[in-house]
Design a protein around this ligand. Structure first.
Ligand code: PLP
Length: 396
């Protein structure tokens, strides 16, 4: 059987095992969607979509000409809206032609890897990572190189990244604000990283790219400031998804943006078109693209998300759980009170509380909560978190 598969497939499947295992053979896999459970597992909506989202789709589904639903490339109406936002927020002169619209961030990352990374290359990523980086890198036959985050601050450890660079290093995937820690990487470390990558690219005789995975760059708490790696390093691809800000990840929309500082942009524009086509048509649906200018103005209620974060941090800390206060994103990492995070996840499930075990994000001994759970789910979960902690303390 195996010899019928893509030679890289076993490696891809191996990388995906903790994640796939959880979604196919845990209490969650059997009980997801049941009424009355508290679902903190993924960044999924647990309430109805924001009205502005539905209004935009309703407005743009109505065809205005015969080509309305024809094959689409990146639509100018979408790329112009994206470039305008990026110019305003980042302060760099992004051009609409340097924006490739994609089916969310996953497609964008896969397209960049397919376009610039080959089988003899290495791609560095920070661990704990988003679940699919390793599998995506392996699909290209390239070698993933994991560099741990700075455990004290959750920031990037620039010296560790420098030590991991070799002549084969082709790209570094950065995710800021970071899933699962909610950390916003600091400008000081990003600036230092840019120096390291510039020197290493020169030494290697080819650029090392940053793939800047930023789907949470508008989900920022406490008045914190976000800085994109594009501000610091020219060879950076900015990846964005609307699935987080709108909390509609099933409606696929995102983009790759190249800053004006990116060398060889004209060639890369064509390259992304080729990759979108040859890679299974990763271009978003026409209606999502027409709606992009309207969707740019819509967001979930971030202060409400922040209040849910505060409530969870406070309640869990009071119960004796070790946790932290995320600066951004949906997520909160909590130390499991027993070593085996899968066992503890299953224990919480007995109390109708569902969380993601840390092994799924390369953080064994922890579990991850998504604050996208509703207020009612949080109300219902608090006694369950308490009971599970008491059972651990009582040695049950
Ligand atoms: N990158 C990170 C860090 C994420 O957390 C996610 C989604 O959870 C993605 C990429 C994928 O986003 P999309 O659903 O737009 O493909």
């Amino acid at each position: 059987m195996t010899d019928h598969l893509n030679p890289y497939f076993e490696l891809v499947a191996g990388a995906m095992t903790p994640f796939v295992g959880f979604f196919t053979s845990s209490a969650y896999s059997r009980r997801a969607g049941e009424p009355g459970i508290s679902d903190f597992v993924a960044g999924n909506p647990q309430e109805m979509a924001v009205p502005g989202f539905v209004d935009a789709l309703r407005k743009w589904i109505e065809p205005q000409d015969k080509d309305w639903f024809a094959y689409k490339r990146s639509e100018p109406v979408a790329t112009q809206a994206v470039a305008a936002t990026l110019r305003q927020v980042i302060g760099l002169e992004f051009e609409p032609d340097d924006i490739a619209m994609t089916k969310g961030a996953s497609t964008a990352i896969a397209m960049i890897l397919r376009t610039v990374v080959g089988p003899t290359d290495e791609v560095i990523y920070i661990t704990p990572p988003w679940f699919f980086y390793e599998g995506m890198i392996r699909y290209n036959g390239a070698e993933p190189v994991k560099v741990p985050m700075d455990r004290e601050t959750f920031d990037i450890d620039v010296e560790a990244i420098a030590a991991a660079i070799t002549p084969r290093t082709r790209a570094l995937i950065l995710n800021t604000p970071h899933n699962p820690t909610g950390k916003i990487y600091t400008p000081a470390r990003l600036a230092r990283l840019a120096e390291v990558l510039t020197a290493a690219s020169e030494k290697n005789g080819r650029p090392i790219f940053i793939i800047s995975d930023e789907p949470y760059n508008r989900i920022i708490f406490d008045g914190n400031e976000f800085h994109s790696p594009t501000e610091f390093y020219p060879n950076t691809f900015l990846v964005y998804s609307y699935g987080k800000t709108l909390l509609t990840p099933g409606m696929r929309l995102g983009y790759i943006a190249m800053p004006p500082s990116m060398p060889d942009r004209e060639r890369l524009r064509i390259a992304f078109l080729v990759t979108a086509m040859a890679g299974g048509y990763g271009v978003p649906d026409a209606v999502m693209q027409y709606a992009t200018p309207d969707l740019e103005k819509v967001s979930i209620d971030i202060p409400h998300l922040q209040r849910k974060r505060d409530r969870l941090v406070e309640a869990l800390t009071e119960m004796g759980y070790e946790t932290h206060t995320p600066e951004a994103t949906f997520y909160l990492m909590v130390k499991a009170p027993v070593e085996d995070d899968i066992a503890f996840t299953e224990k919480l499930a007995e109390h109708d509380v569902f969380v993601l075990p840390g092994v799924a994000v390369e953080m064994p001994g922890y579990f991850r909560l998504s604050c996208t759970a509703s207020d009612a789910m949080i109300d219902n979960a608090i006694p369950g978190f308490q009971a599970a902690m008491e059972e651990v303390k009582a040695g049950v």
